[in-house]
Design a protein around this ligand. Structure first.
Ligand code: HEC
Length: 123
């Protein structure tokens, strides 16, 4: 019976370690929630209510639709994380790269929804 268990756990090991090359579509888990990321980083330039911070040149994030935010964030993240895209978000792309290096990465959809649900004034 002992031998049987050993054989089974060996099989389990082989099966588990077989997952080495993960598919690209794997679910990424982020260290912080959009709420934490926003309050600890974005807030400095976009304000506690997403109203924008003039001296940091951070624009307001209170009037964009979820789709607009998603598109901007997609652009910012892809530009900032290497794959170059020609856009007007150069400043933010640079910021995003720095933030991601510190672990402040986020899911685009979740962040867009968070910003919209928390700050939007056009609802
Ligand atoms: C160091 C200041 C700074 C920080 C920190 C910062 N931003 Fe920005 N953000 C800017 C500036 C400046 C712009 C406008 C220029 C640009 O898009 O590159 C901008 C633009 C944006 C835009 C595009 C707005 C539009 O209408 O096109 C979005 C969305 C955005 N930021 C989201 C975020 C999020 C989410 C975070 C936190 C993860 C964040 N920003 C952190 C300064 C900052």
């Amino acid at each position: 019976m002992k031998k049987m268990n050993l054989a089974l756990s060996l099989i389990a090991l082989v099966v588990l370690s077989g997952c080495g090359d993960k598919p690209k579509s794997e679910v990424v888990t982020y260290k912080y929630t959009p709420d934490q990321v926003y309050k600890e980083t974005c807030l400095h330039c976009h304000g506690p209510k997403g109203e924008g911070v003039a001296e940091k040149k951070g624009p307001a994030l209170t009037k964009q639709s979820v789709q607009e935010l998603e598109m901007s964030l997609f652009d910012i993240k892809n530009g900032g994380l290497g794959q170059s895209t020609a856009t007007e978000h150069d400043v933010m792309e640079h910021n995003m790269k720095k933030l991601a290096e510190k672990g402040y990465d986020y899911d685009i959809k979740m962040m867009a929804n968070y910003i919209h649900n928390t700050f939007n004034v056009t609802k």
